[in-house]
Design a protein around this ligand. Structure first.
Ligand SMILES: [Zn+2]
Length: 258
């Protein structure tokens, strides 16, 4: 991942409120297209310019060719608010984030995230490295990739709720690990759509915790088809189960995993 600096300069007298709205809208649209990562973007204010640092999946993530229709409109919005086209420079690689996949056409891929992640939840099945969402040949829904970002946000929210042992942790756990849940339903629809536009088999990750015993957990069957899905050895030390007909992966219950 790369740290970029963006500078916005005013070309005319303008209102702070209009500038703030236009800049934040631009960030939102970039985020919903997977071109920038994270959720908080502090903007430093100067006399007639503004500066922000952002994290992007690749050095060229902000190239025009990746812009969604919504990002293009947001750029028009910057002009309307009295700002020149943003000036972008690379600061350097980010020490704290994962490197992107080295290629975007793996033999399989999966939708997978954790509560710590800010990177793309679309992961290469060969390396688990993130694949930037804007790299899909077409938008995923409604012109950009927002539906995947929203799915990821909800997944992370559920994960935090269940880890904190909150009052709604059992509901959150069902969302993460149950094939009858709304989150699974949305995620598996996204997998189908992504597979349709990338032509790469796209799996869904089902979270698993609790259970009665190690033995019972090891014998767990695919919750969709009831078939055998245990792997001989875990993939990436995370996935112990993989069903190729249902395109699902899962872990041995975290309560029993060494
Ligand atoms: Zn299955």
């Amino acid at each position: 991942m790369f740290i970029k600096e963006i500078r916005f300069e005013c070309y005319q007298n303008t209102q702070y409120a209009a500038v703030e709205r236009a800049i934040n809208n631009y960030f939102d649209m970039l985020r919903y297209n997977g071109q920038i990562l994270g959720r908080e973007f502090p903007v430093a204010m100067f006399a007639s310019w503004f500066v922000v640092r952002l994290v992007c999946p690749e050095e060229n993530s902000l190239h025009d060719k990746f812009n969604s229709q919504q990002v293009k409109q947001a750029l028009d919005g910057l002009t309307a608010a009295g700002l020149l086209a943003p000036k972008i420079k690379t600061i350097g690689e980010d020490l704290n984030s994962l490197e992107c996949a080295s290629h975007f056409k793996p033999s399989w891929q999966l939708l997978y995230t954790t509560f710590l992640d800010t990177c793309s939840p679309l992961r290469c099945g060969e390396t688990l490295a993130p694949i930037p969402l804007y790299r899909t040949a077409e938008a995923i829904s409604n012109g950009d990739r927002k539906s995947v970002i929203k799915w990821q946000e909800e997944w992370i929210n559920c994960d935090e709720l269940q880890m904190n042992g909150s009052a709604v942790s059992s509901v959150a756990l069902q969302e993460l690990g149950d094939v009858d849940s709304r989150l699974y339903h949305r995620g598996s629809e996204l997998c189908k759509r992504i597979e349709g536009i990338t032509h790469v088999p796209t799996y869904y990750y089902l979270y698993r915790v609790a259970g009665k015993s190690l033995q019972e957990e090891q014998q767990r069957k695919c919750p969709c088809c009831g078939g055998e899905w245990k792997l001989d050895s875990p993939l990436f030390d995370i996935f112990d189960f993989k069903c190729d007909s249902c395109q699902l992966v899962s872990n041995l219950s975290w309560d029993f995993k060494k």
